[in-house]
Design a protein around this ligand. Structure first.
Ligand SMILES: Nc1ncnc2c1ncn2[C@@H]1O[C@H](COP(=O)(O)OP(=O)(O)OP(=O)(O)O)[C@@H](O)[C@H]1O
Ligand SMILES: [Mg+2]
Length: 252
């Protein structure tokens, strides 16, 4: 069974940046291949990883539910869905990416969703680590499209509102009784000068702050030039910060 890491948080709080650098460090530590899942409807993990999107699960579900893809002779519907899921994987040297896509639109996808849950779980067994980029609503986790999570990192930017939103993610996890073994807070784009003022707000969330990621010009530059973040150099302070977080969480 794979070790499952998920990242969730309000929009723009550094989820994709953290995911791609977690993947970078897992690969560097030889913990590969990594199974990356982009479960954010606002798909962008592929760019951070330097991979092309082959197709999304949401599109696949729409096509199957509307019978847009004829079932090949001799294949059951289950086998066909499985085949299509494999086809939509973007394969890299050390990372394979599955894009959930969405929103899924109207209609009931229970049949496909149930199948999918099984396939994602099966697929993840081929990898020692799975890393999932979520949205704050934890849609995929709450629908249990994905299996149990060993570590959930909840991201916040350096604002009181961001921290409170991270606290609400924690409440959601507890209310939904999601199967998440460990939960940590990561504050991103930190400005040392103002960070202390956030500490009372952080305490109120009841979350353990496992680390902070500094504001970094090179990350902004990579974003501007559409360079994959996974290619940031070892000397990057942001890479070092993510490495510390993974070490502290006993993941690497
Ligand atoms: N440590 C950092 N230093 C500077 N800029 C950063 C840092 N982390 C993230 N950013 C920038 O902040 C923006 C949001 O980051 P990112 O895409 O990782 O957040 P997100 O939570 O995945 O956003 P979304 O909700 O839109 O998917 C990006 O433009 C990114 O380049
Ligand atoms: Mg993102």
């Amino acid at each position: 069974m794979s070790f499952n890491i998920a990242v969730a948080g309000k929009g723009g709080t550094g989820k994709t940046t953290l995911c791609s650098l977690i993947i970078r460090q897992l690969v560097k530590a030889g913990k590969k291949p990594v199974f990356a899942v982009d479960a954010d409807a606002n798909v962008n993990l592929n760019e951070a990883l330097g991979l092309e999107v082959e197709g999304s699960i949401a599109d696949l579900l729409v096509r199957i539910n509307n019978n847009l893809d004829p079932l090949p002779a001799g294949m059951t519907k289950d086998q066909f869905v499985e085949f299509k899921v494999h086809q939509s994987l973007s394969e890299g040297d050390n990372v394979d990416l599955l894009v959930m896509g969405g929103p899924e639109g109207a209609g009931c996808y229970c049949y496909a969703n149930n199948l999918l849950r099984g396939f994602v779980a099966d697929l993840s067994k081929n990898y020692p680590y799975m890393v999932m980029d979520n949205e704050a609503g934890l849609e995929h986790l709450s629908r249990r499209t994905t299996q149990n999570v060993d570590v959930l990192f909840i991201t916040s930017d350096c604002s009181a509102r961001g921290i409170r939103s991270a606290g609400r993610v924690r409440e959601l996890v507890e209310n939904l009784k999601l199967d998440i073994k460990k939960m940590y807070l990561v504050v991103s784009r930190v400005n040392e000068a103002t960070f202390d003022a956030l500490k009372p707000e952080i305490e109120k969330t009841g979350l353990e702050l496992i680390g902070t990621i500094p504001m970094d010009e090179q990350v902004m530059e990579y974003d501007l030039l559409s360079k994959p973040l996974i290619n940031l150099p070892d000397e990057s302070p942001v890479v070092a910060a993510v490495n510390d977080i993974l070490t502290k969480a006993a993941i690497i």
